[in-house]
Design a protein around this ligand. Structure first.
Ligand code: BYC
Length: 319
């Protein structure tokens, strides 16, 4: 069929897409969408999924050394939740026509990114608390607006993920609260963890707005609802009173309430460090990817067994 013949329905479909976005309604997998919208979503959702499964590693590091049965059970449940988040998100990417094997291949060969935050080490037990409070706190701040993302399956996955992230954030806060009221050594350990995780948490929101190539288009498509800097500011405003309640200090001498703006001013993020981590030079990049590739290879027999089972029992055959 010549392009002249197909141009008309194509234009009508594009108008329909624009109308749906303008009306704040959802785009669903069956709907027509521009190729670039599809590609942007696959990129963001896949990188989000990769972050969830790589994000299991720093915390899993402490499962065998959790200080009590209660703490161990909570931590195991949290790490399992993250595996679940990865699965919902890979599922959402599949509704756009991506294959999970291909997305994982891109992660394993370094062609896809995952969140910079997971390239930092978990040196003490207090890091589990700092990750819950700050990393999951930053994740919620970023992800609650994604529940209103224009792509239906991603938005719906985010609703459930955000509920679970809220529990994760509270457990981290409660853990730090306990340490902050413990012995001098426990307090010092909590403060040291906050000192190390604060700035990398601010980097989770992405580059500053004037250096964020994706934001304008993603906002126009209502994939993103706020800019990176807006969400970073919201996070700082939430954390300052929480740090005070914990009795811990945030490692930023420039933190000051700005009456005029109605927000906390904060110091300069080290964007050189951010860029270095993104290009593979963070403290744990190599270790995280090696571990991920190893887990994938060691899980090959499970994938083969699942495929063999599916071939023997076609969907619905035993119902
Ligand atoms: N780390 O133009 P920009 C979790 C990339 S999981 C790495 O601002 P965009 C959790 C960005 O992808 C947390 N890469 O892009 C899990 C883009 O890459 P391309 C993950 C980053 O997409 C377990 C390039 O830089 N959350 O919370 O408009 C346990 C240019 O940036 C980072 C999500 O993925 C970074 N920090 O905005 C506990 C949420 N920042 O173009 C917790 C969903 C930027 O080369 N994603 N990049 O492919 C988003 O909301 C957006 O993608 C971002 C970036 C705000 C992250």
């Amino acid at each position: 069929m010549g392009t002249a013949v197909s141009a008309e329905p194509e234009r009508a479909r594009a108008e329909d897409f624009e109308r749906t976005i303008a009306a704040d309604e959802r785009i669903e997998p069956r709907d027509w969408m521009p190729d670039a919208y599809r590609a942007t979503l696959i990129r963001q959702i896949a990188q989000h999924a990769h972050s969830e499964i790589i994000g299991m590693q720093p915390e899993a590091n402490w499962i065998t050394r959790a200080p009590s049965l209660r703490r161990k059970a909570i931590l195991i449940a949290k790490v399992q939740d993250e595996a679940g988040h990865g699965l919902y998100l890979y599922g959402a990417a599949e509704t756009l026509g991506a294959s999970r094997a291909e997305l994982l291949g891109k992660l394993h060969t370094g062609r896809h990114k995952y969140s910079s935050i997971f390239n930092y080490p978990t040196l003490t037990w207090a890091d589990v608390g700092a990750i819950g409070w700050l990393v999951d706190g930053a994740a919620i701040t970023n992800q609650v607006p994604l529940c209103r993302c224009s792509y239906g399956p991603y938005a719906r996955a985010m609703v459930r993920i955000c509920k679970e992230e809220s529990f994760h954030q509270r457990q981290g806060y409660e853990l730090l609260h306990t340490l902050a009221r413990g012995t001098g050594a426990q307090r010092a350990m909590a403060q040291d963890a906050v000192d190390r995780w604060w700035w990398p948490s601010l980097m989770m929101f992405g580059p500053p707005d004037d250096a964020s190539p994706r934001t304008a288009q993603s906002m126009a498509w209502k994939i993103k609802r706020h800019t990176n800097d807006e969400l970073r500011q919201r996070f700082v405003d939430i954390c300052v009173p929480q740090a005070e309640a914990l009795g811990l200090t945030l490692p930023d001498r420039d933190l000051r309430w700005n009456e005029e703006r109605g927000h906390w001013d904060f110091g300069a993020v080290d964007w050189d460090e951010f860029r270095a981590v993104l290009s593979g030079g963070g403290p744990c990049n190599e270790q995280r990817l090696d571990q991920r590739r190893r887990a994938h290879e060691e899980g090959a027999w499970v994938r083969e067994a699942a495929a063999a089972y599916a071939a023997k029992h076609p969907a619905g055959a035993d119902r």
